[in-house]
Ligand binder design. Structure first.
Ligand SMILES: [Zn+2]
Length: 634
């Protein structure tokens, strides 16, 4: 059933964090990296709480291997009645929870040292086991939906235990009207491999085939350009370096613009095929239907951000003045810092204390289990040789949460810890409250709990930083966070929507039409202080998310939902904290938009988006005032 994709949910969470964190993860890799056994155990995650030994893992693996054929044997028996259906679903839930545990353990061991071949082997065996399981049970959803909903409804009334699955059934039957005849479904499935070609070809083009030229850095050294180096160069204080890096990267895209356009057109045409075959109103409606997200939510996001574009224009005017950019803010100036050499430093213990204090408004029933989590080794803290880069929150129904960090001691690292802890606390409460079937939250809700923690931490640290230069540094980091998460992702979403509409109206998607569309949206978003260079028209080639089918808007909606929640909690609004706790405990027991209503956020209104804009405006006010103060002090 649709709500039951736990294994894939947390893997998606990993992906989301890696994407947003890519700019940060690249920095600060120069210090000496230890071997894992040189690190004190208290800084390493407690994987022994899952399986005490590899033998135990092997025993469980072998048991699961035997269960899988048993599941396949239930095929054709669901119409026997409510108790049979319940039996199969219970067995499925139990097996899946155990499969998740086997996979998570193998995955954690593999990520803590990617150099160990046996660990990679275990992870790959666990993945294959999960795939075999999926195939052995692929008959279940079609067989279930072949039974009329009225029958299943009467079974739920007759058997209250089966009623537990009401929401899951609703989600499954809800999409039934878009499911075609078996032969038509078979034909559509046959197109799957073919339809994955544009995305695969794009990925190979961008990651394997494109060769970027070298550039000369601030110190006159010749430097290779790759993705992470690009973001570091975009944050350089030397404008010449930023310009060279930008022109080297986007200039390379420019050479492949026709191929890239044909590939993106291929992806869009594949979405149109789905719309026509499954009778949806539009590509947008089809994509949003997967999570049962109303199109109004998407439109309200885009409309409200558009109404607030003067704030982004004001930010660019501040940028232009602060950096003395007489010819305007060019695309390569957008990431440049206002102030440098002001990094804040924290030991891991200080970061934990700071987070615990900053999150005090969440109340004891949030803080106590979080403190316990820190004390009982949820977190794998330091980078070690062979350890996977970046950060994520993992774990599953039958395990405690686990957080992978690569903590170097910067503010960003502390904020990442608060972020991942937000995911882990959400998991802790949902798994502790919900049955397995609803124990994982949807992708749409996933980034709310993490962002809410980030915002609380941000406010606390801003309030407690007195040094104007340090404060200015923090303010620009926070402004960049909202620009990158809310404005930029909404801008990408708008481009995505526009090109789908063009294709739906049978207008050609070529390098020229795509470039003109992108350039127009860039000018609109960044406003009068922004100077557009023609080369920027090709920047859309850089964004792999355009192959994910309306994914990026969720970054923006999550941030806005979290700002609304954080604001109400910080204001001490009666009931706000309690409602949020209910949300954290809700897992996927309701559709995402209804789940957020439990937290007191109505995503069908402009309010949460306006709240995010108010935070941005407040940060702009403070930045403007501080820039004057710092300038006077010079
Ligand atoms: Zn996250």
């Amino acid at each position: 059933m649709k709500t039951r994709t736990s294994r894939f949910c947390w893997m998606m969470t990993v992906m989301v964090n890696m994407v947003l964190g890519s700019a940060i993860a690249a920095a600060g890799e120069t210090e000496k990296v230890k071997e894992r056994d040189e690190v004190d155990q208290k800084y390493k995650w407690a994987t022994e709480n899952i399986f005490a030994s590899l033998d135990e893992w092997e025993t469980e693996f072998a048991k699961l291997e035997k269960i899988i054929p048993d599941l396949a044997a239930f095929k054709g028996t669901l119409n026997k009645g409510p108790s049979q259906l319940l039996k199969v679903l219970k067995l499925r839930d139990d097996t899946e929870a155990r499969l998740d545990r086997v996979y998570v353990y193998a995955s954690l061991l593999s990520d803590q040292d990617t150099r160990v071949g046996e660990a990679q082997g275990r992870k790959s065996r666990a993945r294959t086991l999960a795939i075999n399981y999926g195939q052995a049970l692929s008959w279940l959803d079609p067989e279930l939906t072949a039974i009329p909903f009225e029958t299943v409804d009467s079974w739920m009334k007759a058997n209250p235990d089966l009623n537990l699955y009401r929401q899951a059934f609703d989600d499954l039957y809800r999409q039934k009207k878009h499911i075609l005849s078996p032969r038509e479904e078979e034909l559509l499935a046959m197109t799957g491999e073919l339809r994955s070609v544009p995305g695969t070809a794009y990925s190979l083009l961008a990651n394997a085939d494109m060769q970027y030229p070298t550039i000369t850095d601030e110190d006159g050294n010749t430097r290779e350009l790759d993705d992470s180096a690009f973001y570091l160069f975009m944050r350089s204080t030397d404008r010449r370096v930023r310009k060279d890096a930008y022109e080297a990267i986007v200039g390379t895209y420019n050479k492949y613009r026709n191929t890239a356009a044909a590939l993106l057109n291929g992806a869009v045409q594949s979405h149109i095929l789905t719309v026509k075959a499954r009778n949806y109103d539009s590509c947008l409606a089809a994509a949003l239907d997967t999570g049962n997200v109303p199109v109004t939510v998407y439109n309200t996001l885009v409309d409200t951000i558009n109404e607030n574009l003067p704030l982004l224009h004001r930010y660019q005017q501040i940028r232009k003045d602060a950096l003395n950019l007489d010819d305007g803010v060019h695309a390569y100036d957008l990431f440049a810092p206002f102030i440098t050499g002001q990094k804040l430093e924290y030991s891991y213990e200080q970061a934990v204390d700071e987070i615990l204090t900053a999150l005090e408004p969440m109340g004891a029933d949030y803080l106590m289990p979080m403190k316990k989590g820190f004390d009982s080794r949820w977190v794998d803290v330091y980078p070690t040789k062979g350890k996977r880069s970046g950060a994520y929150s993992s774990g599953t129904f039958l395990t405690q949460p686990y957080i992978l960090l690569n903590f170097h001691g910067s503010y960003e690292d502390m904020s990442t810890l608060a972020h991942e802890m937000g995911h882990s606390m959400h998991s802790h409460f949902s798994r502790g409250t919900q049955p397995y079937v609803y124990s994982d939250y949807s992708i749409f809700c996933a980034e709310v709990a993490s962002t809410c923690n980030e915002i609380l931490l941000q406010n606390y640290v801003l309030d407690h930083t007195k040094d104007p230069k340090k404060k200015l540094y923090l303010l620009t980091e926070f402004l960049e966070g909202i620009r990158g998460t809310v404005f930029r992702q909404t801008m990408f979403s708008e481009f995505e929507q526009k090109i789908h509409e063009m294709a739906e109206a049978k207008q050609p998607l070529t390098a020229d039409t795509l470039g003109a569309t992108y350039g127009k949206i860039m000018r609109k978003y960044y406003g009068p202080s922004y100077t557009h260079d023609d080369l920027v028209d090709n920047y859309w080639i850089r964004i792999p998310h355009f192959y994910y089918n309306f994914y990026v808007y969720k970054y923006a909606t999550s941030y806005c939902a979290a700002s609304n929640i954080a604001r109400r909690i910080m204001d001490g609004e009666p009931g706000a904290r309690e409602k949020y706790m209910e949300f954290l405990k809700g897992g996927s027991s309701k559709y995402p938009i209804d789940m957020l209503k439990v937290a007191g956020v109505d995503m069908t209104t402009a309010r949460p988006f306006e709240d995010a804009m108010k935070i941005f405006e407040g940060l702009l006010d403070q930045t403007e005032a501080l820039l004057q103060q710092v300038a006077v002090a010079k």
